[in-house]
Design a protein around this ligand. Structure first.
Ligand code: GTP
Length: 415
């Protein structure tokens, strides 16, 4: 029976050895660099002691070296003592010195009590159970070998749990850091986008501003051109309608405005008269004093005539030294009175030297509108009256009458 139990234990040990060899020894865990060491290790290990083991946690030192370190005993901590005794035990085990190996393993066990669970669960430390199990197995103490191996697996589970936790924490940290970085990056991109949008907005605003200025300038230029065009037209119209010497309206205006005034007078059945005056012997002034002085005299006469007529009257330079005034709302008597005032004004006017000895007189004819008359006929009547005034000795005002017309017709026939 005892023999059978031994065989079962041996089979179990073989299976577990196989598993441990394939599962744990190939994990390639480096105790000194492993994250578990950084986060949960109780004792820090000296480099020369960790150097006794290779990257796969195999003991690569030798017994004299280990013994020398133990003898020096320069402030070693419990974890370092543990590893030195482990190294010693492995050396003895390799030399077939089983008892000494056991003693060294036991010494290591004593120190293990002071080492944290997480540190003693590291493969570097935990391999002691596996190695001691193998020693028991060689000595056919299968129960003890089994217990050691069982302990070895329990600790490996602790180790892997810790490892997993550390990795999860590490991943969490990595994830958080990456998320933070991504968020920062996102924020940066959003800010850059905002900045770009603002720049674009500012650019559009600027473009709109320039466009508005350009359009405004174009509109302004158009307005200026139109205003100038209107002004030029106005000026041309004024030039076309104004006598340049006296500034009075010319014949063109007489036949436009005068005709309109005649129409209104007829419609409203109101009186309208005209007075036509021609300067007497004006040729003599020109001949004696020259045209320039003649021009000056014409300007003075214009001024006197303007002072005499009313603001609603239409004063026109009709010809060379001949003027006509259309007088709306004026009866023949009112027109004659106005003509008299003008004649007197001219006669009383004393010109400046060298004309001062010459008086300027005018012969004036007045006529009034009848229901069936045109402007031309009215002017013609005034002209006949003025001509009659000339014939009658000049410097006088005559009202048109039918006898004058007959006389004028006869004169034309005789001529
Ligand atoms: N200085 C000047 N003289 C002008 C102007 N227009 C016409 N005359 C002159 O007026 C004179 C008119 O002469 P006439 O037609 O013979 O008439 P008058 O000498 O005034 O004699 P009566 O009309 O018969 O009294 C001419 O000498 C014209 O040269 C003008 O704009 N300036």
């Amino acid at each position: 029976m005892r023999y059978l139990t031994g065989i079962v234990m041996l089979v179990l040990l073989t299976i577990s050895t196989f598993l441990s060899a394939n599962t744990f020894t190939n994990l390639n865990v480096k105790a000194s660099k492993h994250p578990l060491l950084d986060s949960t290790v109780t004792f820090v290990l000296r480099d020369d002691i960790t150097a006794l083991f290779d990257a796969d946690n195999r003991f690569v030192g030798d017994l004299p070296q280990v013994n020398a370190m133990m003898t020096q005993n320069s402030g070693l901590n419990d974890a370092e003592w543990y590893l030195l005794y482990l190294g010693q035990a492995i050396s003895y085990q390799a030399n077939g010195q089983s008892d000494l190996a056991h003693q060294a393993y036991e010494k290591a066990t004593d120190y293990e009590a002071n080492i944290s669970e997480s540190q003693s669960a590291l493969p570097l430390f935990n391999q002691r159970y596996l190695l001691q199990s193998e020693l028991y197995e060689q000595q056919e103490q299968f129960q003890l070998a089994y217990d050691q191996r069982d302990e070895y697996f329990d600790r490996m589970i602790i180790y892997y749990k810790g490892l997993n936790k550390a990795r999860v924490e590490e991943l969490k940290l990595k994830y958080r850091t990456e998320t933070k970085q991504n968020n920062n990056e996102l924020l940066k991109n959003q800010n850059a986008l905002k900045e770009l949008q603002l720049q674009k907005l500012a650019q559009r605003k600027q473009q709109r501003f320039y466009l508005t200025i350009v359009i405004s300038l174009i509109i302004l230029v158009f307005i200026v051109l139109i205003v100038r065009q209107v002004q030029v037209r106005k000026k041309l119209k004024v030039y076309a309608e104004t006598d340049p010497l006296t500034g009075l309206s010319n014949r063109k205006v007489l036949f436009e405005k005068g005709a309109r005034a005649v129409e209104i007078a007829k419609q409203e059945q109101k009186p309208l008269s005209v007075m036509l005056f021609d300067l007497d012997h004006f040729k003599m002034i020109n001949d004696e004093y020259g045209h320039q002085l003649g021009d000056d005299a014409l300007k003075v006469i214009t001024k006197l005539a303007q002072e005499t007529v009313r603001s609603r009257d239409l004063l026109i330079r009709f010809g060379g030294e001949e003027f006509i005034a259309v007088l709306p709302d004026a009866t023949i008597e009112q027109a004659k009175a106005m003509a008299e005032r003008l004649r007197e004004k001219l006669a009383q006017y004393t010109p400046q030297a060298p004309l001062k000895n010459n008086s300027i007189t005018a012969s004036i004819g007045v006529a009034t509108l009848k229901a069936d008359m045109t402007l031309d006929q009215l002017i013609h009547h005034a002209d006949i009256a003025m001509y009659e005034a000339k014939l009658s000795g000049r410097n006088q005002v005559l009202i048109f009458n039918s006898e004058m017309q007959d006389k004028s017709i006869n004169c034309r026939r005789n001529n």
